[in-house]
Ligand binder design. Structure first.
Ligand code: LEU
Length: 444
C-alpha cells in the first residue's frame, strides 16, 4: 500500500510545529528561564537549539522520509541488526511521556472551566496554591480530565494523518498563534511589564552552572519533540518533493519563537504585579491566575490562556500517540482505529498512578521519586537523550552517504552546509548528549 502523504507543505509544518509547541514551551520554558537567570538561560537554550536541536530534527526527518516507516520499522528497513532498538526506545518514551503529559494537559482543561466560573479570580497566590494543591491531589477529578484529554487525542489520531492530524493542526495552530498574540499584547502593555521583558532579554550569567546547560539541553529535546520518534514518524509521511532541511528550520524557528513569546507573555505580567519569576512549575497554575485576577476582564484572559495551553498540549499529544499507533499499523497489521483506541486506553491507565502519586499515592516512591517524577525521569532524562544520541550516530555514521542524497532529493543539489551538519551529528551532538546523560544519572 502506498504511504499516506501530508496534503501540503504548510499542513506538514503546522503538524510538526504542533508537535513541538506544547506544555514544554508555554508551561515549562518560562519557569525554567525564571529559575535560571532569564536572558542567560535564553542564550544557552538558543545556542543549543540552533546547533544540536535543529540537526537532530533534520536527522529524524531524513530517517522518516527515507524509510517511509514508523520509528521502529524505519531502523529495521534502513539497516536492521540492533538498530530497531533505538526506535523501540522512542516508542517506549512516547508511550510513557503521553501518560503523564495527558494528566497535566487535563489540568489545563479543568483550569479553563475554573477560569470561566470565576473560581480563580483570587489575587492571593497562597490561596491559589491551595486550590491547585487540592485539585491535583484529588483522587478523582484530575482523572476525569485526563480521560477527556486522552479521548480528544485518540479522536484526532483515529481520523488519520490527513483528515485527523493535519486538519486539526491547520485549525488549532493559527488559533494558538492568535491567542498568544492577544495575550502578549495584554501582558507587555501592563505598567511595569518592561521589567519582565528586560529580565528575559538581559542575561545574568551569575546564575549559570553546568546544571543550567544540561537543563537547557533536556528542555531543547523535550520542546522540539526529539528522541521519541515523533519527527521520524511525521517525516515518514513526507513526499520526496519536500525540502526537509527548510522544514526542519521552520519547525525549529516556530517552536523557539513560541517559547520566547510565552516568556514575554508570562514574565512581564509576573513582574508587573510584583510576583516571583522563580516560582517554578506553579508559575502557570498558581502565579498566573493571581496575575489575571489583578486585570480588568481577568477571567476572560485566564480562560484564553488555559485554552492556549490545552490546544498546544493537544497537538503535541497527538504526535506522541501517532508514534505508537504508526508502529502497530505499519508493522503489526492492526487497524488505525483499533490501535488508537486500545493504545489510548492503555496510556490512560498508565497515567492513573502518575496522577494519584500527587495525592493519595504520594507515599509510594521509587528510588526516592513519586511515580509521576519517575515516569518523567525515565523518559525525559534517559530515553530521549539515548534516542537522540543514537539517531545522530545512525545518520552520521551508518547512512551518511544516503542521508546526503535524501537532503538533496527535492532538487538534486547537496547544500554547502552539509559538512557542518555532518560534524554535528557525527561528533558534537553525541558527545554533548552523552555528557548530559551521564550527568542525569548522577555520575558527575
Ligand atoms: N514538544 C512537546 C512540548 O514541548 C512535548 C513532546 C513530548 C511532544 O510540550
Amino acid at each position: 500500500m502506498k504511504r499516506e502523504h501530508w496534503g501540503s507543505r504548510l499542513g506538514f509544518i503546522l503538524a510538526a510545529a504542533g508537535s513541538a509547541v506544547g506544555l514544554g514551551n508555554i508551561w515549562k520554558f518560562p519557569y525554567m528561564a525564571g529559575e535560571n537567570g532569564g536572558g542567560a538561560f535564553l542564550i544557552i537554550y538558543l545556542a543549543l537549539v540552533f546547533t544540536i536541536g535543529i540537526s537532530v530534527m533534520l536527522a529524524e526527518f531524513v530517517i522518516g522520509r527515507m524509510s517511509e516507516k514508523n520509528a521502529i520499522g524505519a531502523f529495521a528497513k534502513l539497516k536492521g541488526g540492533l538498530w530497531p532498538v533505538v526506535g523501540f526506545f522512542g516508542v517506549a518514551a512516547a508511550f510513557i511521556i503521553l501518560s503523564f503529559y495527558s494528566v497535566v494537559a487535563g489540568w489545563t482543561i479543568s483550569y479553563m472551566i475554573k477560569s470561566l466560573s470565576g473560581a480563580l479570580a483570587i489575587e492571593d497566590p497562597a490561596a491559589l496554591g491551595n486550590i491547585f494543591g487540592d485539585f491535583i491531589s484529588d483522587p478523582v477529578s484530575p482523572l476525569i480530565y485526563h480521560a477527556i484529554f486522552m479521548a480528544l487525542t485518540v479522536l484526532v489520531v483515529l481520523a488519520g494523518v490527513g483528515s485527523g492530524i493535519e486538519r486539526a493542526s491547520k485549525i488549532l495552530m493559527p488559533a494558538l498563534f492568535a491567542l498568544l498574540i492577544i495575550l502578549i499584547i495584554r501582558s507587555v502593555t501592563l505598567p511595569g511589564g518592561e521589567e519582565g521583558v528586560a529580565f528575559l532579554l538581559a542575561p545574568d550569567f551569575s546564575k549559570v552552572t553546568w546544571n543550567t546547560v544540561s537543563d537547557a539541553l533536556s528542555q531543547a529535546f523535550f520542546s522540539l519533540s526529539l528522541g521519541m520518534g515523533a519527527m521520524i514518524t511525521y517525516g515518514s509521511y513526507l513526499s520526496k518533493k519536500e525540502n526537509i532541511a527548510s522544514s526542519a528550520g521552520w519547525v525549529t524557528l516556530l517552536d523557539t519563537a513560541v517559547a520566547v513569546m510565552a516568556g514575554l507573555l508570562i514574565l512581564p505580567a509576573v513582574f508587573a504585579f510584583g510576583f516571583d519569576p522563580s516560582a517554578g512549575p506553579g508559575l502557570t497554575f498558581i502565579t498566573l491566575p493571581a496575575v489575571f485576577a489583578h486585570m480588568p476582564m481577568g477571567s476572560v484572559f485566564a480562560f484564553m490562556f488555559f485554552l492556549l495551553l490545552a490546544i498546544a498540549a493537544l497537538t503535541s499529544a497527538v504526535s506522541i500517540l501517532e508514534v505508537v499507533v504508526a508502529y502497530f499499523v505499519d508493522d503489526r497489521g492492526v487497524s488505525r482505529k483499533t490501535a488508537a483506541i486500545v493504545i489510548g486506553v492503555i496510556i490512560f491507565a498508565l497515567g492513573i498512578p502518575s496522577s494519584l502519586s500527587l495525592g493519595v499515592m504520594s507515599d509510594v516512591t521509587f528510588f526516592g521519586k513519586s511515580f509521576f517524577d519517575l515516569m518523567d525521569f525515565i523518559s525525559s532524562n534517559l530515553l530521549l537523550p539515548i534516542g537522540g544520541l543514537f539517531i545522530s550516530l545512525f545518520v552520521g555514521w551508518v547512512i551518511w552517504g544516503k542521508a546526503k542524497e535524501e537532503i538533496a532529493a527535492h532538487n538534486g543539489i547537496v547544500p554547502a552546509w552539509i559538512s557542518a551538519w555532518g560534524l554535528i551529528v557525527k561528533f558534537v551532538a553525541p558527545v554533548a548528549i552523552a555528557f548530559i546523560l551521564l550527568k542525569g544519572l548522577g555520575t558527575f
